[in-house]
Design a protein around this ligand. Structure first.
Ligand code: LLP
Length: 425
């Protein structure tokens, strides 16, 4: 579900023409629909209206301040994974008591920063980390509320790079060792074991892996309470998938229906960390065709966005749909085509061996479903400034992040005097 549709022959974000936007902000650019973002957040929240819950939006999927602020205003919190993300959360005005801090490699500085601000929970990924959080907390004179991330060994049936809940994954603690870890946690001066955390993977397109893992962790909550721990929070992570191509993932209401019966009697505050399902289909990347090119065996369309702007197709062989901005272009003859960027890598493509209509120089092309893990994974590779991010609401648009400049690219770089002194012959 999204609000990118053809109106009067051209693709629009809500009521804003993407052609007009391209003229005004240049290409490539990311554009998000306010209506889609708010709808997705609301629908997810409504699915859990019958229980106490907190939706901690996974900032790694989209960290623009305007978007974080929007979800904060809708009652949401944030799932963060670094000190930088905590800083962003603060800049967006997010109350610290709605923030959960995850990640396998939190540094002492990051732990102290989060303790000082008073985040709701640390999601703990290893015994060493647990002990260290205790040590840092004692040093700074704070209590760290923790939720140990347990690994239920459930296969989410998704891409191996985004599978996290299996025994061989670097994430979480083996569920069979969980009770002993909570005993350790309870013995540490600066630590208050208050929750259980579990996240099994991302882009999950059926309810059954969620139902299986929830059953396992709900049992664990009962056991931990029996052991005397005051478990008040159950964090079920994120992972609900979206339609990129022809997937038919469960709706948030289906997801809720699959898991809530197993959770209702626990009385925990449920925490969710959705990312992709909220922002994925709420954003697209718009790019302009530079050239066409045919080799004996391949047909290429070269565009002005590359893997540095959107890396998912290259990194995960991810499918993202490609729509011409001009509606009539859909009727052009079709060919098997690679849509490639200007970056000097063979792996630089946004679509590979795809049945696409002919595209010509200056055509605008929309790469759909780019709102999650799009801009946040963009880089400056090949010294390419990162694109701007635009938020559309009805007929208005707002530049929520400016296009980087060449000066931005070299900010913070220095040539030491002993090199600068050398004359360029
Ligand atoms: N919570 C934890 C602990 C996570 O590791 C993740 C994602 C999420 C929540 C949010 O998951 P979501 O609801 O978005 O599926 N870059 C990859 C996805 C990496 C996901 C990493 N963890 C991609 O573009 O597909």
């Amino acid at each position: 579900m999204h609000h990118f549709d053809y109106k009067d022959g051209e693709l629009c974000a809500e009521d804003v023409s993407l052609t007009r936007l391209a003229e005004e902000v240049g290409t490539p650019y990311y554009v998000y629909s306010h209506e889609t973002l708010t709808r997705h957040f609301r629908v997810f929240s409504e699915a859990f209206a019958s229980v106490r819950h907190l939706i901690c939006f996974a900032m790694k999927s989209n960290s623009n301040l305007a978007i974080l602020r929007l979800f904060g205003a809708m009652g949401g919190g944030l799932d963060i994974v670094s000190g930088g993300e905590l800083f962003r959360a603060a800049k967006a005005g997010m109350p610290y008591e709605r923030i959960v801090f995850a990640g396998v490699g939190k540094s002492d500085e990051e732990i102290a920063y989060a303790l000082e601000k008073g985040v709701l929970l640390f999601n703990v990924e290893s015994e060493e980390e647990l002990v260290n959080i205790g040590a840092v907390a004692s040093r700074v004179g704070r209590q760290a509320r923790v939720a140990i991330r347990v690994n239920p060994d459930v296969d989410p049936q998704t891409h191996p790079y985004i599978t996290t809940g299996l025994k061989k994954s670097k994430f979480g603690i083996d569920i069979n060792r969980a009770r002993e870890q909570y005993r350790t946690a309870a013995s540490l001066e600066g630590v208050e074991p208050s929750g259980v955390h579990c996240h099994i993977g991302s882009q999950i397109t059926s309810s059954s892996p969620f139902a299986d893992s929830v059953e396992i962790v709900a049992r664990l909550v009962g056991e931990l309470r029996g052991d005397g721990h005051d478990i008040r929070y159950l964090n079920l992570g994120g992972g609900l998938g979206i339609t990129y191509h022809d997937e038919a993932p469960p709706l948030p209401s289906d997801y809720a229906a699959a898991i809530l019966p197993k959770l209702k009697d626990l009385g925990c505050t449920l925490i969710f960390e959705p990312g992709r399902v909220i922002t994925g289909n709420a954003g697209i990347l718009v790019t302009r065709v530079l050239y066409g090119k045919e080799n004996p065996e391949k047909r290429f369309v070269i565009i002005d966005a590359g893997m540095n702007d959107l890396i998912r197709p290259s990194l995960y062989q991810a499918f993202q749909d490609v729509w011409p901005v001009e509606e009539a272009a859909r009727e052009r003859p079709r060919h098997v085509t690679d849509l490639v960027g200007p970056v000097c890598e063979s792996g630089d493509y946004l679509a590979k061996d795809r049945d696409l209509p002919e595209f010509y120089r200056d055509d605008l092309v929309a790469v759909m479903s780019s709102g999650a893990y799009g801009f946040t994974m963009a880089s400056n590779y090949n010294s390419r400034p990162r694109p701007p991010e635009i938020l559309v609401r009805g007929e208005e648009y707002h530049i929520i992040r400016e296009r980087e400049t060449y000066d931005d690219l070299v900010r913070g770089e220095h040539i030491p005097a002993f090199i600068e002194e050398r004359r360029i012959p």
